[in-house]
Design a protein around this ligand. Structure first.
Ligand code: NAD
Ligand code: MG
Length: 396
């Protein structure tokens, strides 16, 4: 690989996408930007494409094609639009791809990137949860190097000694506990989307912020860790660490616990992935140990944080239930953000769908996609049905 890395950024206008752009701009001479993508924000995408000197700008929603073309007229940046264009963009030769689309929408371009055999930095956790086996098998087949961007998994990746895997006793994922850590479930019934997306330590997109508030984010991360590191569920623990300074840990058989710590700033794990196996500077926050800081850790109560128990149950049941869980959650979070259901209903919907949705046989990636679509329809119908019957459990 030459000193200059060709990079593509999928989901460039999002929280992780913009932090990635920031790392690239901070190390301008180290990168040659190929592709930037977004779903619908034409102006933000065009601005980033110009600023980063990208060769291709791809917008997910086809109806924005003309607008994007107009804004980028005369820049020489190639413009395309639509789901197929996103997949095609993943075939543009690259050294490292940042997968930072949110949700299962990111699966097709992510899988295509993995099939190309380059380094693939994955922030987009939902496809790992629903199609972890398929993505890791595809990486093995193509030789792609999967680099975890999620701060917990990036921390584990930094201290996980593959050569000593047999001596690893457990992965310990840290969780801030989200904004409602100290509140009881019945105090959360009337939480609004605005309150739920205000995370105390991290600034993130709406979906992951809601997931952090319900602890679904940590639930998805337990599943994500299982697929990324091929470690069984009973060797993955969660501890609450409200300060988000230790980003996760690996415990070895001799009692050593190795961890990675730093300020809660996504530019650190992003830079680690973009430069891997080297390190590069960022303009992000640094953790100062010149002042007094304290750190707390306590076990995550699985009865209280029900999402976590659901994740362990899904892992026991296999990848199929993990995919069902993820799809139900995406629909429930969307319904909550649109104020169609209440905050506590998110987990109620997840629990209902896990219990009542049919079982799927998933062998191929197409099976995963079909399952995902069916569960979305099932979950949406359930939400509509309950709302029509205006059962009490749902907010009006
Ligand atoms: P975000 O909502 O801020 O950004 C999402 C990006 O995906 C945007 O560029 C958007 O245009 C694009 N996108 C959305 N829907 C799309 C679609 N249907 N087709 C194509 N593109 C689409 O989200 P985010 O917070 O940056 O998170 C991105 C992913 O990274 C998520 O899976 C999240 O769980 C994960 N992640 C985020 C953080 C964080 O700090 N934000 C940390 C760890 C992991
Ligand atoms: Mg995380």
């Amino acid at each position: 690989m030459s000193d200059v890395r060709r990079i593509s950024i999928f989901g460039a206008t999002g929280s992780v996408g913009q932090a990635t752009a920031d790392v690239v701009l901070h190390n301008r001479k180290s990168f040659d930007v190929q592709v930037v993508t977004a779903n619908s924000n034409v102006d933000a995408l065009a601005e980033l494409a110009v600023k980063l000197g990208a060769k291709y700008a791809v917008i997910g929603q086809e109806e924005h094609y003309k607008a994007l073309q107009n804004v980028l007229l005369g820049t020489g940046i190639h413009v395309s639009a639509g789901a197929a264009a996103l997949i095609e963009a993943a075939t543009v030769p690259c050294d490292v791809v940042m997968a930072a689309i949110v949700g299962m929408a990111g699966l097709p371009p992510l899988m295509k990137s993995v099939e190309q055999g380059c380094c693939v930095a994955i922030a987009n956790k939902e496809p790992l949860v629903a199609a972890g086996t398929h993505l890791m098998e595809a990486a093995n087949a193509s030789g792609a190097k999967i680099l975890p961007v999620d701060s917990e998994h990036n921390a584990v990746f930094q201290v996980f000694d593959d050569q000593q895997k047999k001596t690893i006793e457990r992965i310990i994922l840290t969780a801030s506990g989200g904004p409602f850590r100290e509140r009881l479930e019945d105090e959360l019934e009337d939480i609004t989307p605005a309150q739920a997306v205000a995370h105390p330590n991290w600034s993130m997109g709406a979906k992951i912020s809601v997931d952090s508030a319900t602890l679904m984010n940590k639930a998805l991360e337990v599943i994500e860790a299982h697929y990324l590191f091929d470690v069984p569920a009973n060797q993955i623990d969660v501890v609450i660490h409200p300060q988000s300074l230790i980003h996760s840990m690996v415990e070895y058989c001799d009692g050593s616990i190795l961890s990675q710590m730093g300020a809660p700033d996504m530019r650190t794990p992003i830079a680690y992935c973009l430069g891997w196996p080297s390190r590069m500077p960022t303009s992000g926050q640094k953790l100062s140990l010149n002042e007094r800081i304290s750190m707390e850790f306590y076990p995550a109560d699985l009865q209280r944080f029900r999402a976590l128990q659901m994740a362990y149950d899904c892992l026991d049941a296999g990848q199929e239930r993990c995919g069902v869980f993820n799809a139900a959650n995406e629909i429930a979070v969307q319904a909550f953000l649109e104020e169609r259901i209440g905050f506590n209903d998110i987990l109620r919907v997840n629990a209902y769908v896990l219990e009542n949705c049919e079982k799927f046989s998933i062998k191929t990636l197409a099976d995963v996609v079909n399952m995902d679509n069916t569960v979305r329809t099932f979950t949406s119908a359930y939400i509509d049905n309950i709302r029509q019957n205006s059962k009490k459990v749902y907010a009006s």
